[in-house]
Design a protein around this ligand. Structure first.
Ligand code: FPP
Length: 224
């Protein structure tokens, strides 16, 4: 059986769920947050060490301001209300992406990272204003300035995910089959599960089913 260390998720389908159920994309984001909480609990239960969640991409700035503002308010409220609980459960929060939000949210994110930095149960990597291409360009620039040799091992040191093992598998909900500029380097050998359900409908049972399926895959990494 394959060991399981790191799960990455593209949480797609909030907007469609919201429109279908309540004629509002934002209500889909609100419901999607409930799924985030369920999956965090499940990851802890399954003793998974890393959970990487794609919450806001560098491309998501193209969305209407009303939706962007709502998403960040949701995140702010979530952290304000739930940070102590996360900390109590020994969960570590790390942001990947560039923190260039409102001063209040930037402060809150930094505070949450610092407060939880020594926790060891589950590390949540929250991808916010994250784009894989810009992460790679940034890492290459830093590597070049360091005068180190250009090797895989050296490049990895400058990725935002340095010190984090690559995801064992990726889940993308929402019945869409693409990577959307998410962890392009890190997913090179990950298994990928495309899930038809929209993110707010995804639940613990769906997650457990994927974990079970993943554990039974024969992973060759190019070997036979
Ligand atoms: C993609 O669905 C989802 C997002 C861009 C935002 C993800 C946010 C959450 C799951 C809730 C908030 C999370 C935190 C951590 C506060 P979409 O809106 O692109 O869906 P669509 O494809 O149906 O339009």
């Amino acid at each position: 059986m394959n060991p399981l260390n790191h799960v990455a998720i593209i949480m797609d389908g909030n907007g469609r769920w919201g429109i279908k159920k309540k004629n509002s994309r934002n209500s889909g984001h609100k419901e999607g947050l409930k799924t985030v909480e369920k999956i965090i609990k499940q990851a802890v239960k399954k003793k998974i060490s890393y959970l990487t969640l794609y919450a806001f991409s560098t491309e998501n700035w193209k969305r209407p301001k009303k939706e962007i503002d709502y998403l960040f308010r949701l995140l702010e409220n979530f952290l304000t209300k739930k940070l102590n609980e996360l900390h109590k459960n020994k969960i570590k929060l790390k942001i990947i992406g560039t923190k260039n939000f409102s001063p209040k949210l930037n402060r809150l994110l930094k505070f949450a990272e610092k407060k939880t930095s020594n926790n060891k149960t589950l590390q949540i990597n929250l991808a916010l204003n994250y784009g894989s291409k810009s992460e790679l360009i940034d890492a290459l620039r830093k590597l070049k300035n360091s005068n180190r040799k250009i090797t895989e091992k050296n490049l990895i040191k400058y990725l935002q995910t340095s010190n984090i093992p690559d995801p064992d598998f990726l889940i993308r909900t929402g019945n869409t089959k693409r990577l959307s500029n998410f962890l392009l380097w890190q997913l090179a050998y990950s298994e990928i599960f495309f899930e038809k359900k929209l993110w707010p409908d995804f639940n613990e049972k769906d997650f457990n089913k994927i974990v079970k399926e993943y554990k039974l895959i024969k992973r060759n990494f190019g070997n036979v």
